[in-house]
Design a protein around this ligand. Structure first.
Ligand code: DGP
Length: 115
């Protein structure tokens, strides 16, 4: 059963794509948490960070470099932003296809809400 993100990567579902290359596709989050909210998604269908292997090390680095470049292109590199991987239930992961959130464009406050 392909995830929503696999369908977006395959062009079967629409998304506002801001970057694509041989390893990743990046597009705007459908429920933006801030003025800039982009998801950097590997073409390889890795479910969670916990499923990343040693051989994925170059891919993980590439995802961060794409996030860095997109932050510059989208005008938030100087003001600042946050990169987030949510993992499994307690991490709040909703879509089980690895993705890196790039969030910025306003002050983001504390890293984690205090309970
Ligand atoms: P996470 O909780 O880390 O799994 O975040 C999943 C994100 O994916 C969430 O912020 C909303 C976003 N999302 C879910 N469905 C779609 C979709 O169909 N299109 C787009 N662009 N984003 C989606």
């Amino acid at each position: 059963m392909p995830t929503i993100f696999e369908k977006i990567i395959a062009g079967e579902l629409p998304a506002t794509i801001v970057h694509r290359d041989d390893q990743v596709v990046a597009f705007h989050d459908i429920r933006p948490a801030a003025p800039v909210h982009v998801l950097i998604v590997p073409r390889k269908p890795i479910p969670t960070v916990d499923d990343v292997t040693d051989e994925d090390q170059p891919l993980m680095g590439h995802m961060v470099l794409v996030a860095r470049d997109l932050a510059r292109q989208l005008g938030v590199a100087q003001s600042g932003y946050r990169l987030i991987f949510n993992c499994n239930a307690h991490g709040g992961q909703e879509v089980y296809h690895l993705h890196l959130h790039l969030i910025g464009g306003r002050p983001l406050g504390r890293m984690i809400a205090q309970t």
